[in-house]
Design a protein around this ligand. Structure first.
Ligand code: NI
Length: 167
């Protein structure tokens, strides 16, 4: 099922997402629906707060193509990071806007994988490292515009609101 994606400045996007304590049928179904929503968008990552569920759950596929490289992570955490790289980045909750954002070039992410039914650690670089940082930001209530300087952020805040009103 394709779920509606919340857009800026919805308050749920600003909440710290709750830890998932019990990985049961509901969470698995939610992850499945989130993956379908991500592929449909189309996007390469989606965090549960973006579909109105304030839970620490993300789906990622750097290929953006169904069943190619789907990863589902619950309660993900960055446990190590290094390097720095600046690239353009967008967000399904802020459609049509792209910003150059500095991120770690390499990260190690730990979380529970409901497909493998165990806690895993993933070493990521390149696009995958960027997506992990972006989606884990969502779980903290952080959005891409928060990585801009104050003046630019305020300018884009108004531009985004104006743009989304027209949609
Ligand atoms: Ni996003």
């Amino acid at each position: 099922m394709i779920l509606p994606i919340l857009t800026y400045p919805h308050p749920t996007l600003r909440q710290k997402a709750e830890i998932v304590k019990d990985v049961g049928k509901e969470i698995r179904k939610l992850a499945e629906n989130m993956a379908e929503t991500m592929y449909n968008a189309p996007g390469v990552g989606l965090a549960a707060p973006q579909i109105g569920q304030s839970l620490q759950l993300i789906v990622i596929d750097p290929t953006g193509q169904k069943a190619q490289g789907l990863m589902v992570l619950i309660n993900p955490k960055i446990v190590a990071a290094e390097g720095e790289v600046e690239e353009e980045e967008g967000c399904l909750s802020i459609p049509d806007f792209y910003f150059k954002i500095k991120r770690y070039s390499k990260v190690r992410v730990k979380g529970y994988d409901p497909l493998k039914e165990k806690t895993i650690e993933i070493e990521a670089d390149g696009l995958l490292a960027r997506i992990f940082q972006h989606e884990i930001d969502h779980l903290e209530g952080t959005l891409i515009i928060d990585h801009l300087g104050r003046v630019k952020r305020e300018l884009y805040h108004r531009r985004i609101l104006k743009h989304l009103k027209k949609k």
